[in-house]
Design a protein around this ligand. Structure first.
Ligand code: SF4
Length: 408
């Protein structure tokens, strides 16, 4: 895979060494067991895959290069480039301004932009409406485009099935930048509706089967369907695509469920299912799949707790947390500083969007085993920081540089 020029402050020699060693041992990426770092009283099981993905590195490279090459220009990002506060703050420090917040609220009025300003499109992509807005201001919308190719692949898939007269069901968070962009691109070719989870998929199924009718749809799915959506006719042929960072198992469950609803409603056979349900497998991106599978592999190991590092508004990171917390106490932190001491950790509860403080998060026992991973927008340097801070609680800081990697 292509390598990118990412600022060295985001890299970690320690993590790079571990990742390179694992890559050499497992070129086909078939081994999802974690890397065991045994420090005696502390054992860290590091997920097989974590950290910056292709799309994030691509976006960071383009954004920093643009800043370096255009010292005399005003540079804007449509919104947060990726969901990591450290990277976004570094760009703000270098004079970049965000036009919108992550919910789409305007921070910089459009009318203050000039045709010679630079506007960078973030890794999530953007809506066609925003592209048109930029063009109307004389700004070439796709000149500084960091949209991830794996997001564009979803748009292409939606367009393909849309052209075959399937309605697109997007599994995603309705307010997330990527889902808004996918919704916009999809609705340009076909009726489109967003479902955020299996519960909303079941609600939608009631309109497919006729159990629920008419106006209720427009209330239940307010803000989640394309203009002119006709609930009576637009749910007769459907396909499911998703926000690339959703929980893989949930997207699969939704696609399987809607497929079965179509089979039952229209009395379809294996050979006729395609008439009503478009096969859209594989719209999750490779990084989401790898990182979630690596967490599943990590969770097979006995451990006392899990630490997940990433931005608190990062969708892919929250799903890693979701997987871990099903099995053991899990702490979602954005950097090592949140581990205040061996007794206190400030961590994010993404369900209730609030910070919690927990005491005695490190159990008192002969050897504490911690599962450790991070989201696709989290610099490896932050994960190294977490390892070093954990080691400091055991007066073992020096061990970070002489890591013992136990091969499985
Ligand atoms: S998580 Fe996947 S889709 Fe999102 S930027 Fe990374 S590679 Fe691209």
């Amino acid at each position: 895979m292509k390598t990118f020029n990412v600022p060295v402050i985001y890299r970690s020699p320690l993590i790079s060494a571990i990742k390179n060693q694992r890559k050499q041992q497992d070129r086909m990426k078939k081994d999802f067991t974690p890397t065991a770092l045994d420090f005696g009283p502390l054992k860290i099981l590091l997920a097989r895959h974590f950290g910056f993905c292709y799309g994030v590195e691509n976006a960071i490279e383009i954004a920093f290069k643009t800043v370096d090459e255009n010292p005399d220009k005003r540079i804007f990002l449509l919104s947060e480039m990726i969901h990591n506060p450290h990277v976004n703050n570094d760009l703000l420090d270098r004079g970049v301004q965000f036009i919108m917040d992550t919910a789409g609220h305007q921070l910089v009025p459009w009318e203050t932009l000039h045709h010679d300003d630079i506007v960078i499109i973030p890794a999530f992509g953007t809506t066609l409406e925003t592209e048109n807005k930029l063009a109307s201001l004389g700004i070439e919308p796709l000149k500084y485009n960091t949209t991830c190719p794996f997001v564009e692949r979803v748009w292409n898939k939606a367009e393909q099935i849309g052209k075959k007269n399937y309605t697109v069901i997007v599994h995603g968070k309705p307010k997330h930048e990527e889902t808004r962009a996918t919704f916009s691109h999809s609705q340009a070719s076909t009726p489109t509706v967003v479902v955020k989870d299996i519960r909303e998929a079941a609600l939608l199924a009631d309109f497919i089967t006729g159990k629920k009718k008419g106006d209720e749809f427009y209330t239940l799915f307010q803000g989640q369907y394309s203009p002119g959506f006709n609930v009576a006719t637009d749910l007769q042929r459907v396909g499911v695509v998703n926000q690339t960072t959703m929980l893989a198992t949930e997207t699969q469950a939704i696609a399987d469920y809607i497929r079965q609803v179509m089979i039952d409603t229209y009395d379809l056979s294996e050979t006729t299912t395609g008439e009503r349900f478009a096969d859209t497998r594989d719209t999750l991106c490779y990084a989401t799949n790898d990182n979630q599978t690596a967490v599943t592999g990590m969770l097979l190991e006995p451990a006392d707790l899990a630490i997940v590092v990433g931005g608190y508004n990062s969708s892919n990171t929250s799903h890693l947390v979701e997987l871990c917390e099903e099995k053991l106490p899990t702490y979602f932190i954005s950097s090592a500083e949140h581990m205040v001491s061996a007794n206190a950790i400030n961590h994010w509860d993404f369900h209730h969007k609030t910070e919690l403080q927990s005491d005695s998060f490190l159990p008192k026992k002969e050897q504490v085993t911690i599962l450790l991973t991070s989201g696709a927008s989290c610099p490896d340097a932050l994960v190294e920081g977490v390892i070093r801070r954990l080691l400091s609680f055991y007066q073992l800081e020096h061990k970070a540089d002489e890591l013992i990697i136990i091969e499985e």
